[in-house]
Write a protein that binds this ligand. Structure first.
Ligand code: T1G
Length: 694
């Protein structure tokens, strides 16, 4: 049962009850209509309160209904019924009144909210726009500009700020229902106060306001479809009468809803909520208690990792081998915090509080009481061996020992201890205090409660934790090899570095693959190629980078890599020196350079990644293709409006086309790197998708 009506004398309360977040499912829409009918018919009822049971007011339309045929009554019909209702209506808001939930509240006469509640119209994050009157009512209530900003960002608005904007009439601390009923009782006898009746005057805006907004949004929300449609809808709020504006909103809503971006972003919504569901992990497994953490290594990664725990209020001990390294690491941490404070996102007290939570040390003995110890030292097994053998001696019983390695074997590292069940990988992404992804690598002997603890820790430090099995490079870096290999081969075969990178940026990547190598440092790849077994990687694809490293061109840090860089600048400048190295290397390998299309660049870079992704899935290194998508969104900046590499392959390209193109590249470049994954071949043969892969 999703709704019930209660009469409190002359005040009626329509309770919505659809756990966990009162999503406005078909049943909830029916319940609201029934409740309105009941309240309308009951002459004793003079005013109505709409309230929700559970942890939140309605958090929006039921997104699970989007992929199916529309189920009636629609939400706009419910909103029309609210408008037609003859008695004043008060919305009693707690938790998160988002999307259609906030639109229901906007169709009420008054909004009363708990002070810690939030309201918002996050539809843009799902590739759509507010489709139940929000684009027409919110501008009328708070003004065009604040409304537009709220819908284009889609960010939550704390109730106090919403009250300042004029969207909330009363803030409540304490018993919301009691306060809402009292507030409603004061409104008995007053006429309806419909937001739709507020007139907007076009003269309130500077000339060209909407075109300016379109240009600004095209830059800030590069490649995105629905933000532009939101501007069109809000413009209608000021240029058209209300009902025509609503019709315009509806038309624009359906234009967005059928877009590939909407499907991709809704895939991401559910994929992000799936990652923490671990097949085979007993539901009753309890995470270990993590009250203190230690980080080994105060370098770029160690420092960033420490900040995450200090940000979450968890005391951190930071170990370094010498005082100079420790001072440098703490200096970088303080500089980062002060930079955030300078942007007004932290107070100086908060900076000091967080710095106070980070305790520097030069002694492993200081780690003896830590509940979780994360190693972030140089990427060689030799050094990892020393660290984990020492940890095995000093760490307390039950402490979790984690490695931030980005590709070395967790089982090998666990083998350096007498407690492999307490060892796993916690792979952060640089900058570790910013990037949302935490790749949690389970070893063959990692205990279930250790895995559960890492997932819980990820939530506490506001990371998206994705579990990966143990293999070289785990999920992300293993797939990145294919992406990097093809990007490097394409420049040998005729494309310029900027041509490859511009194609990838146009697709939506934050930067191209060669610029990414320059940012990470070409010496990283150079060293990894030197350490690896011949045959495990494509020597030719590394040849140009190796020469650049031997010329001292290590990337941005030496202001020269695949590109040149001005001092302190990150803008890549094409280099004639590099162009010459590429031509010479191509000649060395007997490669006849040719014209290369944008399509070939995209296909080779992403299909190489996807083909490995299929193997990662087939081997059970990833539980779901959607987990792989989340790894790429939050670890490598893959554009969310493309849904992730696996979603892109299945829904934008289509798996049959992906297989056909991979087979074509195998024919052109040999089977070594382009043998199609048996999983992809099976899915295509069976006409299935990744959801049926495992
Ligand atoms: N529809 C269906 N299921 C939903 C849902 C929704 N709107 N919101 C959450 N869930 C499920 C979620 O999948 C998870 O399921 C469980 O609830 C708990 O969610 C016409 C068309 C409200 C801030 O975009 O932002 O209205 O994994 O883990 O961290 O204009 O959920 O347990 O099986 O996220 O406490 C607009 C989306 C819709 C808000 C709570 N609304 N939700 O966060 O819990 S479009 C939104 C959220 C719309 C109208 C248009 C968050 C939350 P499971 P959770 P949480």
């Amino acid at each position: 049962m999703s709704g019930r009506f209660e009469a409190h004398g002359d005040v009626g309360i329509l309770w919505i009850d659809n756990p966990p977040v009162n999503a406005i499912s078909q049943a909830v829409r029916v319940a609201i209509l029934d409740g309105l009918k009941q309240a309308e018919a009951d002459s004793a009822i003079k005013v109505l309160v709409i309230a929700c049971a559970g942890r939140t007011f309605m958090a929006g339309a039921d997104i699970t209904e989007f992929s199916g045929p529309p189920r009636l009554p629609s939400l706009p019909e419910v909103i029309d019924a609210l408008d037609a209702f003859s008695k004043p209506v008060v919305a009693a808001i707690h938790g998160t009144a988002f999307g259609g939930g906030f639109e229901v509240a906007l169709a009420c006469d008054y909004r009363v909210a708990l002070a810690n509640a939030q309201v918002g119209l996050p539809e843009v994050k799902l590739g759509i726009l507010p489709g139940a009157g929000g684009t027409q009512r919110l501008p009328r209530l708070v003004g065009i500009e604040p409304a537009l900003q709220a819908m284009i960002s889609g960010d939550p608005i704390p109730a106090p700020a919403a009250q300042e904007m004029g969207a909330i009439d009363k803030l409540v601390v304490g018993d919301l229902t009691e306060a809402a009923v009292a507030f409603a009782r004061e409104k008995i006898g007053s006429p309806r106060r419909r937001v739709r009746d507020i007139t907007l005057s076009p003269n309130s805006l500077p000339a060209g306001f909407f075109d300016t907004a379109r240009q600004r949004t095209a830059k800030e929300k590069r490649n995105l479809f629905s933000p532009q449609r939101i501007i069109d809808a809000v413009e209608a709020a000021i240029t058209l009468p209300f009902d025509q504006g609503i019709q315009r909103e509806q038309d624009l809503f359906f234009e967005c809803a059928k877009s590939s971006q909407a499907k991709a972003l809704q895939h991401v919504f559910f994929a992000e909520r799936q990652v923490s569901k671990i097949p085979g992990l007993p539901a009753d497994v309890k995470p270990r208690s993590i009250k203190s953490v230690a980080i080994i290594g105060a370098g770029t990664m160690g420092g960033g990792i420490a900040m995450n725990f200090a940000n979450a209020g968890i005391p951190v001990t930071l170990l370094e081998v010498n005082q100079e390294g420790l001072d440098r690491g703490l200096g970088v941490i303080r500089k980062n915090y002060e930079a955030t404070a300078a942007k007004g996102r932290l107070t100086s007290e908060q900076v000091e509080t967080r710095m106070g939570l980070i305790k520097p040390t030069l002694s492993y003995d200081a780690l003896a009481d830590a509940d979780l110890i994360i190693e972030a030292v140089f990427e060689t097994l030799e050094i990892k061996k020393k660290v984990f053998e020492t940890l095995d001696r000093v760490a307390k019983k039950g402490a979790i020992l984690a490695s931030n390695t980005s590709y070395l074997s967790i089982d090998t590292i666990a083998g350096y201890t007498s407690r492999p069940e307490d060892v796993l990988g916690m792979h952060f992404f640089s900058p570790a205090n910013v990037m949302k992804l935490l790749e949690i690598v389970r070893g063959a002997r990692t205990a279930p409660d250790v895995l559960a603890t890492a997932l819980d820790v990820a939530k506490r430090i506001k990371k998206v934790g994705v579990v990966a099995g143990n293999c070289h490079g785990f999920i992300g870096n293993r797939m990145l090899e294919g992406y990097g290999r093809e990007g490097s081969l394409l420049i040998l075969e005729g494309a310029t570095p900027q041509q490859v990178d511009q194609a990838l940026v146009k697709f939506g990547m934050p930067m191209g693959v060669l610029q990414m190598f320059d940012l990470a440092g070409l010496d990283i790849g150079y060293k990894s190629r030197k350490d690896r077994e011949p045959g495990t990687f494509d020597v030719k694809s590394g040849a140009v980078a190796d020469k650049l490293v031997e010329m001292g061109r290590l990337g941005q840090k030496t202001k020269a890599g695949f590109y040149d860089y001005e001092s302190g600048q990150r803008t890549p400048i094409p280099s004639d020196v590099v162009a010459k190295v590429i031509e010479e290397t191509a000649a060395q390998y007997g490669i006849k350079r040719r014209e290369i299309s944008e399509q070939e660049i995209l296909e080779r870079c992403f299909l190489a990644m996807v083909n490995i992704g299929c193997e990662v899935l087939r081997e059970g290194i990833a539980y779901r293709a959607s987990d792989i998508d989340i790894v790429y969104l939050y670890g490598y900046g893959f554009p969310a409006h493309r849904g992730g590499p696996m979603f892109w392959a299945e829904h934008e390209l289509g798996l049959p086309k992906a297989l056909e193109r991979i087979r074509e590249y195998a024919r052109q470049h040999g089977p070594r790197w382009w043998t199609p994954s048996p999983l992809l071949e099976r899915l295509v043969a069976e006409g299935k998708g990744f959801a049926q892969a495992v």
